[in-house]
Write a protein that binds this ligand. Sequence first.
Ligand code: MEV
Length: 312
Amino acid sequence: MSLLSESGAVGEAHSKLILAGEHAVVYGKPAIAIPFPLKIRATVEVNPGKVVLESLIYSGDVKEMPNEMNGIKECIKMAFQMLQKPLKDIKIRIDSDIPLGRGLGSSAAAATAVVRGIFSFYNKELSKEDLFYLVGLSETYAHGKPSGIDMTAVAGDMPIYFKRSEGGKPFRAIKPLHMVVADSGIIGDTRIAVGNVKGAYEREGEKIKKIIDRIGEIVDRIKISMIDGDSSAIGALFNENHEKLRALGVSNEALDGLVESALRSGSLGAKLTGGGLGGCIIALADSLEAAKRISKELIAAGAVKSWCFSTG
Ligand code: MEV
């Protein structure tokens, strides 16, 4: 998604939700992600002097960005190099509705919007391969060894069944899913969470392998249930997936508390979403009205924000 506006070129991306399979996807298992309609927009315009980034977390010369932003810095530098343009006379402004570090794909979405904006500014076609290459640079800094699911999900408009070896395959659920996303307010660090799972794998190989294998089976069953329109089955599988993520050590008290609260409020099933150790949970409801009710209960139980929506 990119367009030229009066004030410059604009690149956009949206956030994502992993329905199932996070962490196991790093080890080659499948995962399912859907688009989530929080948006991020990068506006690229002429600004004599350096290449400057303006965003909530950093404003200034791209070359002087702090270490924790090395990913997006390398991504921007490489985009200019690919386009054979000098790194000067540009301002990139990022406006985002996506909260940071909540498992909603903010880092992949930011890089996607920026790359789309830069290519659009120079009126250059952007192939999927080049987009993924550039965003992949940024994600490697942000996540260590990302599976690629985040950047695939934020760039597409349909549910995807994703495998590291095959990329994302879009598919359709037969019925809408009515969902609540609730934010614990705690920033989770995906790099640390992925590192913790790796550490556990190295220490307790067989036990962790079994959990990861089972998550792969859960994902396959969720995909079948989405195609069959069986929300109760999906809910039960969400619950089991959450238990497995707990066993991998990537949940915490706040996320477990929100999951329990969602279940007490009538959710068909709930789980953490994304890297964990903070961030959000998703809860499945049998109608949008029920989702709104669950959402209120989740706020009462301590969620700092919640969103209700139905998949298209
Ligand atoms: C993060 O949104 C998903 C993880 O599985 C990491 C990855 O796939 O790169 C935790």
